[in-house]
Design a protein around this ligand. Structure first.
Ligand code: HEC
Ligand code: HEC
Ligand code: HEC
Ligand code: HEC
Length: 375
């Protein structure tokens, strides 16, 4: 078995905490080492924290980083391993990784911040040069860190290649035959693992490709070593919590600032009594039970006002702002508390799907969910 990854281990700029992403990235690469990964190619987000950080991770990793078109600016030599080969039995697989040319400026700018500056070379010529350098192998796999649409265009241009793996999109796994090769994409956030069985004829052409993806859902028991590593990561989050949350900017919300539901109860006792019976009032306990009470990535949906003035920071600093509260649906309440007669911006049903996203609440249905929380 060859275990390969298409890149982008360090989250993306849209996530809530870049320091958490950095820590998570470190642990993710350790976890991939434990899983026995063979090689990973570089995505544009792998340069997100500068080249020095990436270089440290590459030095620590138990597997190869390979890229054919990420070059050091200074001497135009490959930044990572130019290609990767591994032989099992009498089959040698050659892996060529490439990074999307359209991310050239982003990667060059990120790598210029600190450490070694890199440049992105054109994909097709980099693959040709690398294939020549690699010589004869039984199977050629191109790890294409780019949108699947771009990988499809690339696949149509390639000869002497058996598999193209597209990685980058926030979309579920896909697979298709393109001329004589198979193009698969891997999904995102580690939710699936792709599985590819290939038969190659004596002329070295792909004669059969069976593609499937395995849904890594709750039916799989955690591997004990990986579970321990994950607990270690959660512990690091707790130890470094103050630094991590202080790095997250606090915006000023519409409505002044967040004040917490204790401020609402005296004037709206009936709504408060009903709210206390809902799961929303208990949402932080869910984090405590799973040891995530210091995980900033959970706070936007399991607390109130995280990332805004007056909102939740950490359980030991702002315990009153834990849980999904009145202001999670109605908006920040300071202005309303100061002048109740002005009323409140109309709630609230438009807020549900900010938290009840397809990823986090796949069963969400307004018709059945709304009556359970209406007061
Ligand atoms: C000092 C009493 C007081 C406090 C404290 C208070 N409210 Fe109100 N609230 C009122 C009054 C009075 C109204 C009715 C205003 C109107 O429509 O004339 C009201 C109306 C509302 C409405 C309906 C608005 C509409 O236009 O239909 C919502 C929602 C609401 N409050 C939520 C809250 C929340 C959430 C808090 C805590 C952050 C809160 N209130 C705190 C007195 C209060
Ligand atoms: C700030 C984020 C947030 C908003 C906004 C929000 N929810 Fe939730 N909701 C949650 C979380 C988190 C849970 C899970 C709580 C737990 O058990 O830990 C939840 C749970 C629920 C549940 C219980 C589901 C179950 O499996 O028992 C219902 C019903 C629900 N929400 C309905 C709504 C509706 C309807 C709205 C909009 C009017 C809404 N929620 C708005 C975060 C939110
Ligand atoms: C984008 C919003 C969002 C984020 C971020 C989020 N959650 Fe949730 N979570 C929800 C919602 C909404 C529900 C309720 C789902 C439902 O019942 O439909 C939920 C439910 C849960 C449940 C099941 C609760 C139960 O007993 O039914 C657990 C466990 C949970 N979340 C843990 C976490 C952890 C741990 C994190 C951070 C790593 C996290 N969540 C981040 C929105 C979110
Ligand atoms: C899960 C989202 C959610 C939470 C949490 C929530 N509300 Fe509401 N609230 C609603 C919705 C939905 C309505 C219905 C009005 C609408 O949709 O415009 C509403 C209506 C209200 C109204 C208007 C009068 C009424 O009952 O229709 C008041 C006052 C109010 N909420 C106060 C509160 C207070 C106080 C809390 C906290 C103790 C709270 N709400 C928590 C969603 C929520």
């Amino acid at each position: 078995m060859w275990l390969l990854d298409g890149g982008d281990a360090f989250g993306n700029a849209h996530s809530i905490s870049s320091l958490d992403d950095k820590l998570m990235g470190e642990y993710l690469l350790k976890g991939m080492g434990l899983c026995g990964y063979d090689a990973m190619t570089l995505g544009e987000e792998d340069f997100r924290f500068g080249e020095t950080f990436l270089a440290e991770q590459i030095a620590e990793a138990d597997f190869a980083f390979t890229s054919a078109n990420v070059m050091r600016q200074a001497d135009e030599l490959p930044y990572a391993t130019q290609f990767f080969t591994k032989t099992i039995g009498d089959t040698t697989v050659g892996v060529i990784g490439v990074l999307f040319e359209e991310d050239k400026e982003q990667v060059e700018a990120a790598s210029a911040i600190d450490g070694v500056a890199v440049t992105i070379e054109p994909v097709l010529s980099a693959i040709a040069t690398t294939q020549a350098a690699m010589g004869e192998v039984d199977l050629v796999v191109v790890l294409a860190h780019m949108p699947t649409t771009a990988a499809l265009e690339l696949a149509e241009e390639l000869t002497d290649t058996h598999v193209v793996v597209a990685a980058h999109d926030q979309a579920g796994p896909t697979g298709q035959q393109v001329n004589n090769l198979v193009l698969v994409s891997t999904g995102y956030d580690g939710k699936w693992i792709g599985h590819l069985d290939l038969v190659v004829d004596p002329e070295g052409r792909l004669s059969k490709a069976n593609w499937s993806s395995v849904d890594l859902d709750d039916s799989w028991a955690d591997d004990p070593a990986l579970a321990a590593l994950y607990q270690d990561y959660l512990q690091r989050l707790e130890t470094e919590a103050e630094t991590i949350v202080q790095d997250i900017p606090q915006e000023t919300p519409t409505g002044g600032s967040y004040v917490g539901s204790a401020q609402c109860i005296s004037c709206h006792p009936d709504q408060a009594t009903h709210w206390a019976t809902t799961q929303h009032a208990n949402a932080f306990a869910t984090l405590v039970e799973t040891n995530h009470d210091y995980s900033p990535s959970c706070f936007p949906c399991h607390t109130v006002g995280f990332g805004f003035i007056g909102g939740f920071l950490l359980p030991n600093m702002t315990p009153a702002m834990a849980n999904v509260q009145c202001e999670s649906c109605h908006g920040a309440g300071a202005d309303h508390v100061a002048l109740p007669a002005l009323g409140f911006a109309p709630p609230a049903v438009t807020q549900c799907t900010k938290c009840h996203t397809p990823d986090n609440s796949p069963q969400f249905d307004m018709l059945t969910y709304l009556p359970q929380v209406q007061h």
